[in-house]
Design a binder for this molecule. Structure first.
Ligand code: FMN
Length: 532
């Protein structure tokens, strides 16, 4: 019996109790396991679906950078920008955003691993009405997933999300992440088993397939809906695709169409399909929402890391904000640091722990370029037949300056240049200066001091490593790439800028060791202590 038939009471389930029924799986090659959910589970799924459809915005799970302080910043900015402060529930839903934790290993959660447990924490605003926080799980076993979902529910999560997208070897060799897409039948059994046993809704995040040539999303998406997924987020690339090509929004559109055609439950449950990939500006978000038939919401990852106010721009109805360097330094960078101080403690230990998180965030924040709608709003037309051949704005984030805006290197202030510098040491120095600043003015003063003291050397090193592109050469390759999920032992593996610098500089090995040491320390102390 499917999730939908159960909801409608036209099967053998009367909806009178919370106890899940066992799933059925057919031996026919074309059928998949279906979930039998209790009425309260179906109601919870429907409530989550309504929230996603109203909010339309989901902050993607982002290992290592999508931390509680970062999610808090995004959610607070969005709430502040929302047009009304209505107390009506439906308007609250429209004002809020959906946030997802960093990926937690279900097995680690069940073992009470403190690092995994730390990922369950949500900020106050994520717990407030209108917003909605879920925990992403990596698992391939029903019992493990159900236990983890119960733990997440006890910690206050409104839903759990199954990671079926992580492409890195570390995950796939263990049968996790995108490896789950290899067998849609097994995946459907996994999803129906977890959905039935979980006290909170289960959503699923997928890629188009394991490889481009084996893309099977058209089979997987309807199967997931029948298996009880409360929503399906689709990153428009295959696992092997990493970030090499632009996200395929035509495929996302097809996935939504196929869900409507092939899933008997889809129409009854109105299961949200969430599109994900390459959204960097609010106008791209608006366009994807408005012009991708069948999707209910968009999920934003790197765009939020680079412009944490992107949700605010959408919520305000498209009020563009192109902050100056001073504004970014105070209203974004420093505010993020203050969120970290709240989280980690405003003392030497907190500062020490922050070194694991803040420079990574600043690495993304430093990729901000203005990209005004008046200049770039026409790029990447969604309806074009050859949409996927267009280079998304995401590919422009590494250009140092923008001749289209009349920028030259010399026209940028030292502070602006510091906040665009890709050298990792600059990120650490920015973090240290901001941690010590005791006011916005002090923050700007300290950053200006950092710029006058060290910027020239960092820029030279970056130039030597070939990491600055001086104008608008576009490439959809990315430095976010191979190790996006943060599992593979250091962000440098897939980090284009770091790779470049690594080749050109003798510092890479040392830095890798330093990072590994910091990671160990943070895992032993930082994240774990943040649980308390
Ligand atoms: C630093 C980083 C960490 C990520 N961590 C996760 C993760 O833990 N789980 C997951 O499903 N996807 C993860 N992703 C993928 C994103 O959620 C998202 O699907 C992808 O970046 C495409 O969206 P975007 O173009 O908006 O960034 C990560 C991506 C990045 C850049």
């Amino acid at each position: 019996m499917s999730a939908a038939s159960s909801r409608d009471g036209d099967g053998d389930h009367d909806g009178g109790g919370d106890a899940p029924r066992s799933s059925s799986s057919s031996s026919s090659p074309e059928t998949f396991a279906t979930a039998s959910l209790s009425q309260s589970q179906l109601d919870a799924n429907a409530a989550l679906a309504a929230q996603i459809r109203a909010s339309k915005l989901v902050l993607a799970p982002l290992t290592r950078v999508g931390t509680l302080p970062f999610r808090r910043l995004c959610a607070e900015l969005a709430a502040e920008a929302s047009s009304s402060s209505s107390s009506s529930s439906s308007e609250n839903l429209m004002n809020g955003i959906v946030t997802v934790s960093e990926m937690a290993f279900a097995r680690g959660l069940a073992r009470n691993d403190l690092v995994e447990r730390a990922r369950l924490r949500r900020s106050e605003i994520e717990a407030s009405e209108g917003n909605c926080f879920g925990v992403q799980l990596a698992t391939n076993a029903v019992d493990e997933g159900v236990r983890a979902a119960r733990i997440a529910a006890d910690a206050g999560a409104r839903f759990v999300d199954l990671n079926c997208g992580c492409p890195i070897h570390e995950a796939t060799r263990r049968g996790l992440g995108s490896a789950l897409l290899r067998s849609p039948k097994k995946l459907a059994r996994l999803v129906s088993g977890i959905a039935e046993g979980s006290p909170i809704p289960l959503t699923v995040k997928i890629r188009l397939g394991v490889t481009d040539s084996s893309a099977n999303f058209e089979k997987v998406v309807p199967a997931l809906i029948e298996a009880g997924a409360a929503a399906v987020a689709i990153h428009g690339r295959s696992g092997e695709g990493r970030y090499k090509k632009a996200a395929d929004w035509k495929a996302i559109e097809r996935a939504a169409a196929v869900a409507a055609q092939e899933s008997p439950s889809f129409a009854k449950l109105r299961t949200p399909i969430i599109g994900n990939g390459d959204i960097l500006t609010f106008f791209e978000a608006q366009r994807r929402i408005g012009q991708t038939p069948g999707i209910s919401a968009v999920m934003i990852g790197r765009g939020a890391l680079i412009r944490p106010w992107i949700f605010a721009e959408v919520k305000s109805g498209g009020e563009e904000w192109l902050p100056t360097a001073e504004e970014r330094a105070t209203l974004i960078y420093r505010r993020l640091v203050l969120c970290y101080k709240d989280y980690l403690g405003d003392d030497a230990r907190g500062e020490h722990k922050s070194r694991w998180f803040l420079p990574s965030s600043i690495d993304f924040l430093n990729r901000y370029r203005p990209l005004p709608q008046s200049v770039y709003g026409g790029s990447g037309e969604v309806n074009d037949e050859d949409d996927n051949d267009l280079s998304p704005l995401m590919s422009r984030r590494d250009d140092l300056f923008d001749p289209l805006l009349g920028e030259t290197l010399d026209s940028l202030s030292p502070l602006e240049r510091l906040l665009r510098c890709p050298d990792p040491e600059s990120h650490a120095a920015i973090a240290a200066a901001l941690w010590r600043a005791d006011s916005d003015a002090d923050a700007v003063r300290r950053l200006q001091g950092v710029a006058s003291e060290s910027l020239a050397g960092w820029e030279q090193r970056v130039r030597d490593g070939g990491l600055f592109r001086s104008s608008s050469g576009s490439s959809s390759s990315s430095r976010d790439g191979d190790d996006e999920e943060g599992l593979g032992g250091g962000e440098e593996e897939g980090d284009e800028r770091s790779r470049g610098r690594g080749r050109g500089s003798p510092g890479k090995g040392t830095r890798t060791r330093k990072l590994a040491k910091m990671k160990k320390e943070a895992e032993a102390g930082g994240a774990a202590e943040a649980v308390a």
